[in-house]
Design a protein around this ligand. Structure first.
Ligand SMILES: [Zn+2]
Ligand SMILES: [Zn+2]
Length: 232
């Protein structure tokens, strides 16, 4: 009886930091996050910019009012890009903590669903083949696969990066847009055309990457394009 109870209620561990945390493995993702991690994460709910998901603003933010990007219907993000999400993404991308993809993608799927976004297929922001070789894996691809699984949608890696571009660094939104022009290509237009797409990436910085991905899908005949990122 005691064994059974233990199996049912833990003690488990936090899905982000592995600290002891009482939650069964089938609890909703936010219940599997320990209080200490929860304190260091700032979830973006409303109010946020209805176009790009920027936190703390209930109407279109300045970027969205002035910038291009009509091809991207809407971006939603789970977390404000503060120190702890930055650290988690770093651990996931560069320190071999690849299992973090699961809880992080589950948070993204939950956010997409609660925002009322109903896509028909999921894809990811691709890496240039050279960068992929250096890093060994595409962080966005794994997040997209996991998010798609949670949403019950097909994951179709249809975008390709055909031109290498420097990392985001300190360029402005406009410089980024110019740099990324025609940097992506899509294959398989038969599967793209007429569908509602969800594009996944880890972080939304200037939005230039997502807008360019949306443009590429739109050129191939996609009906509507949404995007989701872990942080914004
Ligand atoms: Zn934790
Ligand atoms: Zn905005």
């Amino acid at each position: 009886m005691i064994q059974w109870k233990k199996w049912f209620t833990g003690p488990g561990s936090c899905c982000l930091c592995d600290a002891p945390h009482r939650a069964s493995s089938w609890s909703a993702v936010w219940e599997r996050v320990c209080p200490s991690c929860r304190c260091r994460l700032h979830r973006i709910d409303s109010p946020c910019c209805p176009r790009c998901g920027r936190a703390g603003i209930g109407s279109l933010c300045e970027d969205c009012l002035t910038g291009p990007g009509g091809e991207l219907e809407r971006n939603v993000a789970v977390l404000q890009y503060t120190a702890y999400p930055r650290e988690l993404i770093h651990l996931y991308k560069y320190r071999g903590r690849e299992h973090l993809a699961r809880p992080l993608a589950e948070m993204m799927a939950e956010r997409v669903f609660s925002a009322g976004i109903r896509a028909e297929a999921v894809t990811c922001v691709p890496l240039h083949p050279q960068r992929l070789k250096e890093r060994g894996f595409n962080q966005s691809e794994r997040l997209a696969q996991e998010a798609a699984r949670h949403l019950g949608l097909p994951f179709i890696p249809t975008l390709k990066k055909v031109r290498s571009t420097p990392p985001q660094s300190k360029s402005s939104r406009w410089e980024r847009m110019a740099m990324l022009e025609e940097a992506f290509q899509s294959s398989d237009w038969k599967r793209i055309a007429g569908r509602v797409w969800l594009v996944i990436d880890d972080v939304y910085t200037t939005g230039a990457t997502m807008v360019e991905c949306a443009r590429t899908l739109k050129r191939a005949g996609a009906q509507r394009i949404y995007s989701a990122t872990l942080a914004r």
